[in-house]
Design a binder for this molecule. Sequence first.
Ligand code: MOS
Length: 745
Amino acid sequence: MTNNHLSGKPVARLEGPDKVSGIAKYAGEYPAKGLRYGYVVNSIITKGKIKKIDTAIVEAIPGIIKVFTHENRPSLAWFNQLYSDMDAPPGAPFRPLHDENISFNGQPIALVVAESFELARYGASILHIEYEQEAFHTNLQANLQHARKPKAGLASVLKPPPPKPSGDFEKAYAKAKAQTSATFTHGYEHHNPMELFATTVVYEGPGKLTVYDKTQGTINSQLYIGNVFGLHYKNIRVISPYVGGAFGSGLRPQYQLFFAVLAALELKAPVRVTLDRQQMFTFGFRPPTIQHTRYGAAADGKVTAINHEAVAITSRFEDYIEVVVNWANMLYPAQNTLLKHQLVPLDVYTPVDMRAPGGSTGVHAVESTMDALSYQLGIDPVEFRLINYSDTDATKDKPYSSKELRQCYKEGALRFGWNERQPLPRSMRRGNRLVGYGMATGIWDVFQFPARAEASLTKAGKLRIKSAVTDIGTGTYTVMAQVAADELGLPLDQVEVLYGDSALPFSAIQGGSATTASVAMAIRGACEGLRKQLIRKAKSLSNSPLADAKPEEIIFTNGQLVLKHNPALHMTLADIAAANNGKPITSKKFTGPDLIKWRKYSRAAHSVSFVELEVDEDLGTVDVTRALTMVAAGRIINPKTARSQIIGSMVWGISKALREESIMDHRYGRFMNANLAEYHLPVHADVHDLEVHFVEEKDDIINELGIKGVGEVGLTAMPPAIANAIFHATGRRINKFPIKVEDLL
Ligand code: MOS
């Protein structure tokens, strides 16, 4: 038993001072003696072959060390051709420098290595390449005839295909009192974390590497290197304590890792490869989608028929899957459903998970269709959701392990002042601006990944926790320390957490908003084992005041083991550590989801966003003047970092609905705005009053700590809430994201 209560406290992130003062080192900042710098050359054609690469001229430049191409790639690379990575969709992974074929624009085709970054970049800029171009297809709209079902693969465990049709949709829809249909289109988005992708590889000797990588999974990168280059995992150590954001782009090893390792092994020297901002647009993205919805409802407001179909793009070599169309019936239990998700393979790179993959796309269609239906029925949008509320997931016919979404609607509406909304579109004004109120529901899956943790009492009497997990800026490190401190009844400064290193106990990739649950459960398990050992040790010491205490009567508090009914009998952790002859006392635990408990339940986190915005009719500009998000996501370990996650999602919601899009010129198959000047994001002037509240949600089915996870659930509600508010303000239903100035003129 412990009686500390750090869990639930808004602890400021522990590494914050290191980050803002510049002490924190990122992957591209680690020094190494004799470091070489690599710069990647990307294809300027979209499909075809490399006929010739003239490396001699570049290699003749003093200071340029080597140009790697498909022609001189060592045969050791691609040792295990079947291996991809922990987030790989079905298909064959892209293999840089594999052969002369080009299959997407921006494909990395050479690495110039030099004594300085500038020299490498210069060499890359003058590298002469002759191509043979072939016809290509990059336009989703123009290739819809090629839409087909995604291939099944391992990924479908976490990203299930749509459930089979139920009832008779067409009949129910035809009969429905109110019907609405709509088409939603989303463009490309690229993850643009502040930190660029970078890898510094330190060559430690034949087959032995220390790798500083920007990644969401140190062990994912470690396994990738081992399989691709035929090296022993044990000889590869991937270190990544600080990650300057990733949003999913670091769930798969990116090509700078391959190039840095290849060059380091060949040159037997340390090598760093950093991508620049333009190159951040050459791998992975949120895929463009076209969605069609048709919903029918009865006069009492009950949704009776749901049809949701989506097509998304993928590459020619992998079938990227995300869950786009499953959400509607998870939220609203209609009897008649027809759900379909298809892919169109194009000559592009494979999409990669991007914050709330599928959810931020699909829930927009669900929630804006619901909004349209509510106006048709003349029912308040919040009331309409409550009429269709369900504690059961209709797609699985199972109850939710917990669902406090109703409280989110009620408390949110009250806090936001939803009552002040005039129901009719174009009925609210502020000067020459139309005012709109909109709301939408958000939903996200809940997972727990397998994870291992080690807990030990150090020589100095402190608690040390070890896990390979990264902290991509979410607050994982801080939350781990909080959970651990509580498990042993210690203040935070008595806990050390070692993380972000593949040499530490196993953790999967950090994603799916599942890291806190996964790692916290492993820490809890390890600490439980440690407590048992400490009690045994304490009782066994000569003259132990706890010699006769029953283990269940010993409390861990303030660095002490105390007898519950007689606090005079106690021992300090420091005493126990000292009595162990300077050796740490250690316990390890491997934990995973409780699948037996989970079997009878469906699991999800929920949110609701309320938005107030102003539309200037003369200029077509939209200003999100205030927004509020309510979240039901189980137990919140750290309301401060959790709030930051939701605030981030809300800003991204503004971005997704109103700003963000990578625009491809289909004549070239290339992104035309691959920079942060033309890839529009909200700036401070666009972000006003954002409010976040968590409702209490107890859940002892999900895991013993009741943790669901926060982050992505915020990005599913906010974009449709904005679109719905724009409809309320203007009477115009715009289902194409981002909504631009010209759409509102
Ligand atoms: Mo996120 S797309 O689970 O990193």
